[in-house]
Each structure stands twice: as structure tokens, then as C-alpha cells.
Design a protein around this ligand. Structure first.
Ligand SMILES: [Zn+2]
Ligand SMILES: [Zn+2]
Length: 350
């Protein structure tokens, strides 16, 4: 089969690789779509210590079971499925506390095992046994369903009473990419009174206006967006600020535009080569702010996301802006960087 193989920084090569062969307990998926994640782009541009090439990337996928060597699952050949991609130990303190995303010895599809930028991918026996495959609708496009993976991460960030978005809340989201848009949607589902989007790129803000967003604000070096934030919140600042971009300045801005008793979420990390931000921590003190972080998702988040992407009003068609053949993966990266694309879906059958 022809797969997109990551060979190292700036090198993803389309080449012939062997068809995966199944061991006992494993399942083979024929991949219908695999969406490109910001982390795929980051790995391509900068490399990732956790990923040892050659490796097939791609972890936001939807596929059909074409072969099964598992007896202990209700998943059958012919089923169309999504997969929860975290392979946790089930034994450590965090797994036992139901926080398998924080597992001490977790491995992940496309990091430690081959992912889905390929026509076929095999599902490890452990994941099959633990019911990590979820049957999905035949009606919806595979690229739309594949949004469940990043959406689950967004739901994890909103979980455990951290952001507590409610009817009285004004929410600011910094970063108008697909993750920012999904944070806006989830905030809205939770009843947010006002949802505003900040970004440095006008092209991204223009896209964001097609969603249910109250105001878009272009972030400028001289800080005019900070004043605009005050105007949009009657001088009080936002109740919830979500940073959905890997930029230190955005984290600093978040503390500026948060209001008293505000909740701030740093979604995603900064570049590993320079993960430091200069923050005015007096904002934490005087405004009694709460800052949270989040990493990946729990299986319950993925389950919730799987249900949500299949709901009629979920605007998946506006989030997935491009569908390309697998061979055009580097083109997908360019589209993401220019702000022209929100989510790009790769189709190995085109
Ligand atoms: Zn992802
Ligand atoms: Zn564990």
C-alpha cells in the first residue's frame, strides 16, 4: 500500500510500504479519512522527540473494519468506526483515577505505533479489548466524523469544573484555528452569553465569522486588541479566556483580558525549544484568576465528542474546509499555515 511516511524534519514521503498483518486480537481498518492535526504540522516542521522515524503519522481518522482477529469485541467486519487513540496501562495511579490521558506509561497511535495517513491501519489488541472502537453513522462524511478526536481534547479542557462556562459568561478565545472554533462551539453549547475570537491573522478571523461568534478582534503588536477587549466587556474583562494557539504572548494577553474571578485555559503547549512565557502574575493575585492546562483527552471525552459530531447542528462542514488526496499532504500543511484552511482532511482513496 502507498502511505505517507514521516522520515524526519521536513520529510514526509509517499512510498510503498507492506500491508499490516494481524496478530491475535487485532483489527484492520481501511481508512476513509485522516484529518491533519496541528501536531502533525509541528512534527513535520520541527520534529518530535517522541516520534522515531520512519513512522506513519495521522491520528484523527475514521475507517471501516475489513478484517478482525478479535473474539472479545462486538465490533464486526464492515463496521465503520472511530478510535480512541490513547493506549494506557490501566494500572497506574492516573489510570485508576479515570484519567488515562495522564497515564504514566501511555503510548499513542501515530506516535509510538503507525497512524492513519495510509489506506490501512491496524488497531492494537489492547485497544480492541478495551472497547476503544466506536461504531458511527454511515450517513456522514468520514472527514466530519474524524473531528471527534480534537473535539474530545476540547471537551477535556472544559471538563472537571475548570472553566465552568455558563449563561452569564463572556468568553474570549485567542486563536481562530479549528481548535479555537471548537472551543467557541463548546462554550456556546454550555450557554455562554458572548463568545469573541482573537487572532493575528485576518484570514482566520474572516473564517471564524461564519460560526456563531459575536465579535472578532485582530491582535496587533501595539496592543489595541487589549483595549478592544475592555470595550467588549464593559470594562470588566472576560469571565473565561481560552488560549488556543502556541504563542507565549497570547498566554500573557489572556491574563490581561481576563476579568475578576476569571478562568483561563492554556490549551496546548508552547514550542519545546522555548516553552517560557513572561506573565504578569499580579493579575492572578488581584483578580483571583484560575489558570488550567489540559493535555489530550479521556475516553469519556472522546465518547462525548463522537456523539456530538453526529448531531445535526454540529457544523463539521464548515470546519473541514479542504479534502485532499493523501499524496498532497505537504500542500495541506501550507494551507494550514496560510490560514486559508481550517481543518484539512486527507483521503487515501482519492
Ligand atoms: Zn490531533
Ligand atoms: Zn496508566
Amino acid at each position: 500500500m502507498k502511505a505517507a511516511v514521516y522520515k524526519g524534519k521536513e520529510a514526509i514521503i509517499i512510498e510503498e510500504v507492506a500491508m499490516p498483518t494481524l496478530e491475535d486480537g487485532e483489527v484492520l481498518l481501511e481508512i476513509e479519512a485522516c484529518n491533519v492535526c496541528g501536531t502533525d504540522l509541528r512534527t513535520y516542521r520541527h520534529g518530535d522527540k517522541k516520534i522515531i522515524p520512519p513512522r506513519i503519522l495521522g491520528h484523527e481518522f475514521c475507517g471501516r473494519v475489513v478484517e478482525s482477529r478479535s473474539k472479545d469485541t462486538d465490533i464486526k467486519v464492515g463496521d465503520r468506526v472511530l478510535m480512541y487513540i490513547v493506549l494506557s496501562c490501566g494500572e497506574c495511579r492516573y489510570c485508576k483515577a479515570g484519567r488515562e490521558n495522564l497515564c504514566q506509561s501511555r503510548t499513542t497511535m501515530s506516535y509510538h505505533l503507525d497512524g492513519a495517513f495510509a489506506p490501512f491501519m491496524k488497531v492494537p489488541a489492547k485497544a480492541v479489548r478495551r472497547r476503544q472502537l466506536f461504531k458511527v453513522s454511515e450517513e456522514l462524511p468520514a472527514g466530519h466524523l474524524s473531528l471527534a478526536e480534537p473535539l474530545g481534547c476540547v471537551i477535556n479542557a472544559h471538563g472537571r469544573g475548570r472553566l465552568e462556562v455558563g449563561l452569564k459568561d463572556k468568553v474570549a478565545i485567542i486563536g481562530a484555528g479549528p481548535i479555537g472554533v471548537m472551543h467557541a462551539l463548546v462554550s456556546r453549547y454550555q450557554g455562554a452569553q458572548q463568545v469573541d475570537m482573537f487572532d493575528v491573522m485576518q484570514a482566520r478571523l474572516d473564517k471564524a465569522t461564519t460560526f456563531d461568534i459575536d465579535h472578532t478582534v485582530k491582535a496587533e503588536k501595539e496592543g489595541s486588541h487589549l483595549e478592544r477587549a475592555q470595550e467588549l466587556t464593559d470594562g470588566l474583562g472576560y469571565d473565561v479566556v481560552i488560549v488556543a494557539v502556541s504563542v507565549a504572548q497570547a498566554q500573557a494577553d489572556a491574563l490581561e483580558i481576563a476579568g475578576k474571578a476569571g478562568r483561563v485555559e492554556f490549551f496546548g503547549g508552547l514550542p519545546k525549544t522555548n516553552p517560557f512565557a513572561t506573565l504578569n502574575t499580579n493579575h492572578l493575585h488581584y483578580k483571583e484568576l484560575r489558570i488550567s492546562g489540559s493535555y489530550s483527552e479521556k475516553m469519556s471525552d472522546f465518547q462525548a465528542a463522537t456523539a456530538l459530531v453526529q448531531k445535526k447542528d454540529f457544523p463539521a462542514d464548515k470546519i473541514v474546509t479542504h479534502t485532499l488526496p493523501l499524496g498532497s499532504i505537504t500542500e495541506a500543511f501550507t494551507l494550514m499555515e496560510s490560514g486559508e484552511a481550517l481543518k484539512v482532511s486527507m483521503n487515501p482513496n482519492l
